[in-house]
Design a protein around this ligand. Structure first.
Ligand SMILES: C[S@@+](CC[C@H](N)C(=O)[O-])C[C@H]1O[C@@H](n2cnc3c(N)ncnc32)[C@H](O)[C@@H]1O
Length: 290
């Protein structure tokens, strides 16, 4: 999946964060609403890997529409507490609507920066406030992921867990699709990370976690398979995700040509019934605060 990418810890990234908030606000109305379950499945898997129990307090960093926040709230139960933080007011509004619909009064979502987690209304900031911190398909968007990890160490109680999901290798069959679009846009991709990104390898992320005071980091890699009825369905999905950022960066006058180039490659991937299946490896990394 494409999107805005970075990963170094060079500055506070205020401009990048404002851009991300806008990008996800534009995705929010259709995110996870185009007829494929993608992030909800990954959110449930992240919560299962994190291994939470009833009564715990959990922070969901970059909670989006609640893909992990909701199953986390269910896992900790009414005697626990689940707090989601996200830059995008549109995503937060969706998460709030979902926790309200499900009557999860011990869960809430707050607009704010989950990289720093400071000064956010109703978000505990005392050291050791949380039993678990989750970051579902979000941490690699943060301009300073190392600073975020250090902050989560402060916010976790000793022995508390940080659980992060992030992309592993793309399905090589889809490489020609991304290669066909690449010359037309300028936005980055979350599969093409800078040299110093902790998300370039499992070892790199484990090293960052250990350096920040976490212990026992383990990463499990699983397939995430998504099936689309046809190419048009795939396009609707692309525009519902951060990948729309790439397509927004394609100049209007080149869009038609770029879409045609991609459609040629999609055609080669289609099954006889016209459907498309994409597969990406997803990594679930869990570490304990030492
Ligand atoms: C791909 S979505 C994943 C959302 C959700 N965790 C899920 O699994 O569906 C990434 C989310 O991270 C949020 N995000 C990116 N940078 C952030 C930051 N610095 N603070 C809070 N949220 C951030 C975006 O607004 C977006 O909602």
């Amino acid at each position: 999946m494409s999107g805005v990418a970075h990963g170094g810890d060079t500055d506070t990234g205020a401009g990048l964060k404002a851009g991300l908030a806008g990008l996800f606000d534009r995705s929010a109305p259709t995110y996870e609403r185009v007829g494929v379950e993608h992030f909800a499945d990954l959110g449930r898997r992240l919560v299962a890997h994190a291994g939470m129990s009833a009564g715990q307090r959990v922070l969901d960093a970059g909670c989006g529409t609640g893909a992990a926040l909701v199953p986390a709230a269910l896992a900790v139960g009414a005697e626990g507490e689940a707090v989601g933080v996200d830059l995008s007011p549109g995503m937060v509004a969706r998460a709030r609507a979902e926790v309200d619909r499900l009557g999860l009064s011990h869960a809430r979502a707050v607009v704010g920066d989950a990289e720093t987690v400071t000064g956010l209304d109703g978000v505990p900031t005392a050291p050791g406030s949380f039993d678990t911190v989750l970051a579902g398909i979000s941490l690699f968007f943060f301009p300073r992921p190392r600073a975020a990890v250090a902050r989560y160490r402060e916010l976790l109680r000793p022995g508390g867990r940080l659980a992060v999901s992030w992309w592993g290798p793309q399905d090589p069959r889809w490489e020609p699709v991304f290669a066909a679009s690449a010359p037309y846009g300028t936005a980055g991709s979350s599969h093409r990370l800078p040299e110093d990104s902790p998300f370039r390898s499992v070892e790199a992320l484990h090293g960052v976690l250990t350096g920040a005071g976490f212990t026992g980091a383990e990463t499990v890699e699983e397939d995430c398979v998504t099936r689309f009825a046809d190419a048009e369905h795939w396009w609707r999905w692309v525009w519902s995700t951060a990948a729309r950022g790439f397509w927004e960066s394609v100049p209007e006058e080149r869009r038609q040509e770029a879409v045609a180039a991609v459609n040629r490659e999609l055609f080669r991937l289609q099954a006889p019934d016209g459907s498309l299946t994409s597969s990406v490896r997803v990594r679930f990394t869990v570490a304990r605060r030492a």
